[in-house]
Design a binder for this molecule. Structure first.
Ligand code: ADP
Length: 260
């Protein structure tokens, strides 16, 4: 019957996709989408097959970061995701709307249904990692993803401006209500390297990520500097050309944690 079909699809997806990682942040603007994209790039460079499900429906930025404009293709078997220059599969609402500047003015229930379809109806194929870029906070979409998708674990992205860790703890406590483990915390925009002497300038004060991770008994994956090159490459849609040793280290740590 018709009603059995989505379940079948869901099971098939689960067997094709080895690990589903949800990327979460307490609030917007901490660099969650940038970190998701660079994690994907770093894992791809290690030879893994990677996909990104852009679940930040009202603020989708993944297609732009990868310079993807082409529309996602719909055929009789489902939705074919877009593919980045180096083969990262991407599904985002912005690949389906006629004009990427049009706002999404949908109720939460429609948005959460769409996220479930991005899981069930997209032909992801074989993947080692599917990264889900969640919208910031602990609203409808993160809850739906945690409840209805086979999330292997969560990565939390934070930046030092987050109010003394309180917002991060909200996100951590939200995840703890579900079965998925927290793979770790990444602290973005932790400092700036002086272009002249390479001194660290901690413009938001002393980074608290490591302490925060320890206090919450979750792994600390590392910190990333503010790098104007990253922002520029993202704006140009050329994230795959960005060289980033720091991201490589973090991605390796993450891959190691997931394996164990
Ligand atoms: P979020 O997904 O948390 O809302 P984004 O990834 O969209 O945040 O990042 C917000 C802005 O900050 C973007 O313009 C992005 O290019 C920039 N940005 C993020 N991380 C860094 C970084 N480490 N260095 C420089 N710019 C960054």
């Amino acid at each position: 019957s018709c009603s059995a079909k989505p379940e079948k699809t869901k099971a098939q997806q689960a067997s094709n996709i080895k690990k589903v990682i949800a990327i979460m942040s307490g609030k917007g603007g901490v660099g969650k989408s940038s970190v998701t994209s660079m994690l994907a790039v770093s894992l791809m460079r290690k030879g893994y097959k990677v996909g990104i499900l852009d679940a930040d429906i009202t603020g989708p930025s993944i297609p732009k970061i990868f310079g993807l404009k082409g529309k996602a293709n719909i055929n009789e078997t489902g939705v074919v995701p877009a593919e980045s220059q180096h083969g990262i599969k991407v599904m985002s609402l912005n690949l389906m709307v006629p004009n990427e500047d049009d706002p999404v003015i949908w109720r939460g229930s429609i948005i959460t249904q769409l996220v479930q379809q991005f899981w069930a109806d997209v032909i992801w194929g074989e993947l080692d990692y599917l990264l889900i870029d969640l919208p910031p906070g602990t609203g409808d979409v993160p809850i739906t993803v945690m409840q209805s998708l086979p999330v292997s674990g969560v990565v939390i992205v934070t930046s030092p401006q987050q109010l003394a860790g309180m917002i991060v703890r909200k996100a951590i406590n939200m995840v703890k209500k579900y079965d998925a483990p927290i793979f770790g915390l990444i602290e973005n925009m932790a400092y700036v390297s002086c272009p002249h002497c390479e001194d660290r300038i901690e413009i938001f004060g002393k980074p608290q990520g490591e302490t925060e991770a320890a206090n919450n008994e979750i792994p600390y994956l590392g910190q990333l500097p503010i790098d104007p090159v990253l922002a520029t490459m993202s704006d140009l849609g050329k994230i795959e050309d960005y060289e980033a040793e720091k991201f490589t280290e973090i991605a390796q740590r993450l891959a190691d944690i997931i394996k164990t």
